[in-house]
Design a binder for this molecule. Sequence first.
Ligand SMILES: [Zn+2]
Length: 644
Amino acid sequence: MRLATPFHSAMLALVLLPLAACQKPAPAVTEITPPATVSETPAMSTHDANSYAEPEKVVVTHLALDLAVNFNKKVLAGTATLDLDWKDKTAAALVLDSRDLNIAGIEGGDGTTWQGLKYELAPRDAILGSKLSIAMPGALAKVRITYSSVPEASGLQWLTPAMTLGKKTPFMFSQSEAIHARSWVPLQDTPGVRFTYEAHITTPKNVMAVMSADNDPKAPRDGDYSFTMPQAIPSYLMAIAAGDLVFRPINERAGVWAEPAMADKAAKEFEDTGKMIDTAEQLYGPYRWGRYDILVLPPSFPFGGMENPRLTFATPTVIVGDKSLVSLIAHELAHSWSGNLVTNSSWKDIWLNEGFTTYVQDRIVESLYGVEASDMEKVIARHGLAEEMKDIKPDDQLLALAPLTGRDPDEALTSVAYIKGQWFLTFLEDRYGRAVFDPFLRKWFDDHAFTSTDSAEFERFLDAELVAKNPGKATAAELHAWLHEPGIPAFASAASSKRFDAVDEARGHWLAGHAAATDLDTAKWTTQEWVHFIEGMPETLSVAQIQSLNDAFHFTGSANGEIAQRWYPLTIRSGDLSARPAIAAFLARIGRRKLIMPTYGELAKTSDGLAFARAVFAKARPGLHPITIVSVEAALADKPPAKP
Ligand SMILES: [Zn+2]
């Protein structure tokens, strides 16, 4: 998932001692404790604090969905049939995750004959949803659940035709990560369980449906679609979208799905996707998922992108005409190795997904667009991390987090997983050299392909495959600092960018009054340079300075969300009200959290700004995704210290 900015958005002995299992932190109450006799290979954690599932007793190995997409009612309705692999054949119940599902009935059987099963839907937990316990008269091979979602399902968004580009056809899409799959499919909603799936989806005849599966670019648009997903995936990679979607090829194995008015533009912006796949394959081995297509969503998509396998979901806000934001595609593609192929087994270890992916993304960017592009992205990302870290409590600044018991994984996710994770891998690359580190990383992916894993396993692998084989390059204390201590280690090397040095010089001249804004040499600047230009400004400017910058560069009303998300807060802090109409339009048009939250956050600091923000949000809200609504509501909640 791309949450962060595209550029930036006493275990000491563990790696040395053979009895690493002894060094594991005390398990949470619900965690499965490995037997004391277990060797140096730590058992993979089978319990996930964010799921009711009991994979130690039974795992779902295959899912068959038969669902109708009902735009009028804003629901998905039909059946989910789960194939079960019983580890404990005496288990009396199958426990699944669900949230706000209406269950009509549950049957069990062998696929031919079915019997009704008793079940209990527990009261809804605010974070986890409702535990669904299905009584088992024996170790049945399959259960079939007849159900429907609700219009407010946390993992689905339903757009009226007016909220789309084409204005004629409704649109719906899912966002299952982290724990939203349970709001549209009853399942074991944990990244520790993998299953294959097939689906039969019906829609109105004029609507095209796609999934994180084998989408056929030539599929006739007839309202009746079938999909198979032969690679086993965790639940958060379940994905569906339906709307007025057309396909444009990029090359023989990559393409774009988008609304007709966006399709050509998107295919042009993402035309390097084929080269990105080739680059990643050279570094980390074959792309194992068949096709790689990109679905361009409406602007209300709450994230930058989502790495749904075979079909990345992407925000249209990165289509700015000059490919300056296509690192988003590099990021989502990189997840085909880190995350989708090798998966964090629970959300406490999300740095294994996002830190690795941010590292691989950067290698792709460097290979395609050069070291300067990579340097600029690193500087912006690390600046963003430093800013964000000021508000992150020390326990959450670790890469290897404690279990997220009682916490919403969406709210626990920060740039630490992405940027500190990437920084750690860059540190290892620097110390060991690419000739050693690249094969090490490829081996991590190969050895753990199609499995779910955790930080303890990475530490074991790191010690065995890198540290022990190449002594004297990194100390146990250094590795411990990266993984288990807050902040960024003091010995971490800083990023720098020559092109940003030139931007700093230009900004300095202007701030000192030595040059007018219109005289600055900005002709060749990319998004990254504009971002750096704005980010380096003092906390506030005079209203006259804001206006002179805007007269020269037209930041207010910019279609580039990376510029807008930094410019608007600066105007607000500086007391310039002239941007307010453009801010209102921006917040009404865009639902991507990263782009809009800084502006909401800045507005919420004064009572006048808060009143304005609430009025804007009230209008924007019907077009926003539930995930974004939760974030904005939190930012605009009553807070005592609001300034007058
Ligand atoms: Zn990601």
